[in-house]
Write a protein that binds this ligand. Structure first.
Ligand code: PLP
Length: 379
């Protein structure tokens, strides 16, 4: 059996996959098992921050693997400590808990919020949000269709309409202890929240002694043109989660605490066997060092270039997002466009009914342009 047949027989049936088996990549190029070349405008799903097989990134991970690849969290390791320091230094946050995924980073955020304000149990999240697939993060996800088969769900979540401060206000009561949200809702169509709304939510949280929890699993790590998207919204979150692009292709989640929540999780109240693995942290440290002001300015410029290239195209109804997190509302069904482009050697994503672009942050402009030219033909 070939890879696709093996996978269909033995791997759980959770994924509807495209009939493509990738064997290797370099930068923003990928090749399949028939030798066909692709331009990758998806980076996994915003994971390969520096593209595929980046040599200095791979060397940093490799060097760490040859030193020590795992010790458990009963002991100190330098990459984890240095990564926590780097994240705090560049964000003004105070402490970091490391896990392996976005859902876990959000679980930690939810646990911390519950422990922080004992007696008040409700976390308000937004309709259309996506926070993960574990039972608690699935419940936090404001998409009832996804809750369907998994009852009973944990109590303590309420949903408010995005960009509607009156709706949020109406849902506040004395049980509420936090608001949790993405600043650009990724999975539900790359919807950027209004800055005024986000600032009003932050004020509401402060006035009601509630925590502001920001899910930057997708928007973080340079994706939106700043190290974290919140830095462009003029807010000071209490807790921020991230994962996807953090380690440039290795599994790593981080939950970052401001001073307000830095000491909430005490010894023994949370943990992870693999979280903060030295090799993953070495990869993340390398990614973070590469995400300097020049690269972040480049992300902004390339995002603008994509918008300029597609704006006014008769097949485009609208363009949303920030930096290199881009949603395109199309006339043709997005899934048809994505399938056509894949056949033509361009890897794209969908987000609900939109085409979604999440290219590597260091994609060369010429490759980005080539991908856009092909996309333009199938819009
Ligand atoms: C992908 C995503 C998650 C879940 O991350 P996993 O690593 O798949 O668990 C959570 N929140 C947001 C905003 C995401 O985009």
């Amino acid at each position: 059996m070939n890879t696709q047949q093996l996978s269909e027989q033995y791997v759980a049936t959770t994924y509807a996959r495209f009939p493509v088996t990738f064997t290797h990549g370099k930068g923003s190029q990928l090749w399949d098992d028939a030798g066909k070349e692709y331009i990758d405008l998806g980076s996994g799903i915003a994971v390969n921050t520096l593209g595929h097989a980046d040599e200095t990134w791979a060397n940093a991970v490799h060097a760490q693997l040859l030193q020590v690849s795992h010790t458990s969290n009963l002991y100190y390791t330098a990459p984890q400590a240095e990564l926590a320091q780097a994240l705090c230094t560049r964000t003004g946050m105070s402490r970091v808990f490391f896990s392996n995924s976005g859902a876990e980073a959000n679980e930690c955020m939810i646990k911390t919020a519950r422990k922080w304000g004992a007696g008040r149990s409700t976390i308000i999240t937004l309709e259309g949000s996506f926070h993960g697939r574990t039972i608690a993060t699935l419940t936090a996800t404001g998409q009832p269709a996804m809750h369907g088969d998994f009852a009973p769900l944990p109590a303590g979540f309420k949903y408010a309409k995005p960009n509607d401060i009156a709706d949020l206000q109406a849902k506040l009561d004395e049980t509420c202890r936090a608001v949790m949200m993405e600043l650009v809702q990724g999975e539900s169509g790359v919807l950027t929240l209004d800055k005024d709304y986000v600032q009003a939510v932050a004020q509401l949280c402060k006035a009601n002694n509630m925590l502001l929890l920001i899910d930057e699993v997708q928007t973080g790590n340079g994706r939106c043109g700043s190290l974290f998207a919140w830095q462009q919204f003029g807010i000071a979150p209490d807790i921020v989660s991230t994962a996807k692009g953090l380690a440039g292709g290795l599994p790593l989640g981080a939950t970052m605490f401001a001073a307000s929540t830095a000491d909430t999780l005490t010894h023994g109240t949370h943990g992870s066997t693999f979280g903060g693995n030295p090799a993953c942290c070495a990869g993340a440290l390398h990614v973070l060092n590469r995400l300097d002001d020049t690269l972040l300015a480049d992300v902004q410029a390339k995002g603008e270039a994509v918008r300029a290239a597609l704006q006014g195209h008769p097949g485009v109804k609208g363009i949303s997002g920030m930096g290199l997190m881009i949603g395109i509302e199309t006339v043709r069904p997005a899934k048809d466009i994505v399938a056509d482009c894949l056949a033509q050697g361009v890897v794209l994503l969908t987000a609900k009914d939109k085409v979604r672009l999440l290219p590597a942050l260091n994609i060369p402009m010429a490759q980005l342009q080539k991908g856009l030219d092909i996309l333009a033909k199938y819009l």
